[in-house]
Design a protein around this ligand. Structure first.
Ligand code: ADP
Ligand code: ASP
Ligand code: MG
Length: 417
């Protein structure tokens, strides 16, 4: 095999480094690329399940824990795999060393638990690769302006990989995972989902942001901004093709590199949703600011919002946030009660957000309507709706998620034939 691409970043997710055999297999895969003449930088996630275990420890001790200490704990998963993979590579005769986020450093902002990368100095990595050494970088972690360990939010190793690819000016960033590409929807939910050979940055960004966890949203944002070519592919598949034009996975690229454009490209869902309904608020200007201001100050993301006002000068505000942020959101709303004077606060975590995404929506009407009709035909009640230029999302009861996704996948003609 020859390396038609000179410098690549290879990122391996949790299941790909899930045990020592998997780590050995990853080392062999990296070695193959090195032997083919590529300069390779590797980014690793923690072993499958490890980050959940570490998050669980923090939550068990205190649900409202110090996020700086949370980062100190959860970043350790990636420290382990970076060292183990370097050992495995050395065992195969490949010169390799691990790098922790703070050692490069990967600089981030101070939003502990969901920090943003502000810069990576690629020169250390470029020097390392040009000496024939493979840097194995712990994904998901960096160092904040407070000189403390930070983490990038769940799934953040994808973002580490794209940031490294941009910093070393890599020809491509290969994201190895447990599926062989980006599909029209999660292939674990819909077995007839189709693999997309190419997908535009914009659609991938939208799909990721509404729940397709195959890539972290920020990784796509960064790839789009820095023009990094990203390939999603399987670390479980046997062979890799030699030529660049026969890539085995899905390539995330510019819109104009895509020949055929469907009306709807993909369907995504998110179970990490919580609905908060604040009822019987005396209506007055400034209510939205009084509710969402403190949430935003606390770095809590609010997604869908509906306000409905009755005849009696009372208004209701419903919004969604992530389940992780729900306890904090409730605490903030309770603290704001003296100012907002609402009647009741009601929360529901038995909800799922289902979204359809496609650039084709820009020029075709009727996509949203087809979604509403398909769901209504199945007797599925829509609780909240939100739309963007290329996306329609609905919030429904959790028990209908799979039925809704399958029905929509068929309705938009996405099933593999
Ligand atoms: P990793 O640990 O390698 O980062 P993730 O679990 O984060 O892997 O992401 C891969 C998973 O994303 C797949 O196992 C699949 O269930 C899920 N997924 C969700 N939507 C899609 C999609 N549209 N295409 C492919 N995989 C998807
Ligand atoms: N290990 C981290 C997580 O589970 C980061 C990642 O896997 O991308 O969220
Ligand atoms: Mg992931």
């Amino acid at each position: 095999m020859s390396c038609s691409t000179r410098r690549i970043v290879m990122k391996f997710g949790g299941t790909s480094v899930g045990d020592l055999d998997r780590i050995r297999a990853v080392a062999a895969r990296v070695k193959k690329q090195v032997e083919a003449g590529c300069e390779v930088a590797v980014v690793v996630s923690a072993m499958a399940g490890e980050t959940n275990r570490l998050v669980g420890f923090c939550q068990a001790l205190s649900p409202l824990h110090d996020p700086r200490e949370y980062d100190a704990v959860v970043a350790t998963g990636e420290q382990v795999t970076s060292g183990l993979l370097a050992i495995a590579l050395q065992g195969l005769g490949v010169d390799a060393r691990s790098f922790q986020g703070w050692q490069l450093p990967v600089r981030t902002d101070d939003a502990h638990g969901k920090a943003r990368i502000t810069g990576i100095d690629g020169e250390k990595l470029i020097a390392c690769m040009s000496h024939g050494q493979v840097p194995v970088i712990a994904g998901f972690q960096g160092i904040g302006p407070d000189e403390r360990i930070s983490t990038l939010g769940r799934g953040g190793s994808d973002t580490s990989a794209v940031a490294v690819a941009a910093a070393v000016r890599a020809d491509r960033c290969d994201i190895y995972t447990d599926v062989d590409g980006v599909y029209t929807t999660d292939p674990r939910i819909v077995p007839t989902a189709r693999k997309l050979g190419r997908i535009s940055y914009e659609e991938m960004l939208e799909l990721a942001s509404v729940g397709a966890k195959v890539l972290q949203t920020r990784s796509v944002e960064l790839a789009m901004k820095e023009r990094v070519r990203v390939q999603v592919l399987s670390s479980f598949a046997d062979d890799e093709p030699a030529a660049d034009d026969a890539l085995p996975g899905s390539l995330v690229v510019d819109e104009d590199e895509i020949v055929e454009q469907e009306l709807v490209t993909g369907i995504a869902y998110s179970r990490d949703e919580a609905k908060v309904a604040i009822r019987r608020i005396p209506d007055r200007p400034g209510i939205a600011a009084a509710i969402f201001g403190p949430l935003s100050d606390a770095n809590i993301n609010v997604d869908m919002i509906v306000q409905s006002t009755g005849e009696d000068d009372m208004t209701n505000m419903t919004f969604t946030t992530t389940r992780t942020d729900l306890d904090r959101a409730i605490a903030i709303m309770e603290a704001a009660h003296p100012e907002i004077q609402y009647g009741q606060l009601h929360t529901d975590t038995n909800v799922v957000k289902v979204s359809v995404v496609g650039i084709g929506m820009r020029s075709h009407a009727g996509v949203a309507n087809m979604m509403f009709r398909t769901l209504s035909d199945r007797g599925i009640n829509i609780q909240v709706i939100s739309t963007s230029e290329i996306k329609v999302s609905v919030l429904i009861a959790a028990e209908y998620a799979e039925l809704a996704i399958r029905a929509l996948h068929t309705a938009y003609g996405l099933d593999a034939v």
